[in-house]
Design a protein around this ligand. Structure first.
Ligand code: SF4
Ligand code: SF4
Length: 173
């Protein structure tokens, strides 16, 4: 009986020897993630470059790990970063705390906050794992203008929320 057990054990070994290897060569060749993988967050922009975050702190209140810190401020006519009254002046996510649950992105009323597939978040010190707006804001594309700047002429913040403002700053209803 013990002989049969040993042969059965080798059966698994031999069976595996002829299967295609599943080893991934990380970090030399990082593999793709699942399409909906919850990686690093991103603060999104509208098509003309204005920021979607309104500094409401709902994401911070929804976070079970207390990983988000937001400090909102008022937009002014001279210095506008988002449509409407407020913008996120300070925005930080502490990746030493974040558990990637995604509750924050569910809570965001403007879809300012989403999560990317970027999972390379390891570091060798604590301070570099607290990400600020400099690393969370979506990059400007070639047809966007860096805030602060005015809203599209004749538009309201609702036009922005409804996606009626195009990259050229014109309201497209
Ligand atoms: S993914 Fe979860 S833990 Fe991470 S910041 Fe969002 S709510 Fe907090
Ligand atoms: S990311 Fe969304 S929920 Fe968080 S402060 Fe900005 S607008 Fe509010």
């Amino acid at each position: 009986m013990r002989f049969v057990d040993a042969v059965a054990g080798f059966g698994v070994t031999f069976g595996t020897m002829f299967k295609k290897p599943v080893t991934e060569e990380y970090p030399e060749k990082p593999g793709p993630t699942a399409r909906r993988y919850h990686g690093r967050h991103q603060l999104n922009r509208y098509a003309d470059g204005l920021e979607k975050c309104i500094g409401c702190e709902l994401c911070a209140w929804a976070c079970p790990a207390d990983a988000i810190f937001v400090e909102g401020a008022d937009n002014t006519d001279a210095e506008r970063f988002s449509p409407g009254e407020r913008y996120g002046r300070v925005y930080q996510i502490n990746y030493l705390r974040c558990i990637g649950c995604g509750l924050c992105i569910e809570a965001c009323p403007t879809r300012a906050l989403t999560m990317t597939n970027d999972y390379e978040l390891a570091d060798d010190n604590r301070s570099d794992l607290i990400y600020g707006k400099d690393r969370l804001l979506a990059p400007l594309t070639s047809d966007m203008t860096a805030p602060p700047h005015a809203m599209a002429e004749g538009s309201t913040d609702e036009d922005y929320y409804r996606g009626h403002v195009g990259a050229d700053g014109l309201t497209v209803r």
